[in-house]
Design a protein around this ligand. Sequence first.
Ligand SMILES: [Zn+2]
Length: 148
Amino acid sequence: MTDCVFCKIVLKQLPAIVVHEDEHTLGFMDIAQVNPGHVLVALKAHSENLYALNEVQAGAVFGAAAHLARAIRDVFGPQGLSVYQANGAAAGQQVFHFHLHLIPRYDGDGVTLIWPRKNPPREELEGYAAKIRAGLAHRKDIEAAGDV
Ligand SMILES: [Zn+2]
């Protein structure tokens, strides 16, 4: 996409500090650096979000993420590492080209994610699960027909 910042980074039309590159992915430093070593893993192909990924792309992104996460762990020695990935503005997505964040984490580093637990009764949870199973069956039909 011509107006996409991450497509421009992939095409080297905008500068980025690249730490990893393979056939499908590009890993580069997030300029915001929530903590030192904060890396973004983006698909090279323009795909808006997780919904748009095929299995090869999904595998490539998480393969690169695991590879980079181990390297970040080795050289920065964080107490933990968060993977953050947003789909849609309501989820906090700001660049609409699929990417995930690898964020080294430390006790008291100020990074927060509000996690408003609902703890629904078991029957309600079973209802959600039934909807998802029906959704998966429907997706299987759609994808068997060659759609994504
Ligand atoms: Zn793009």
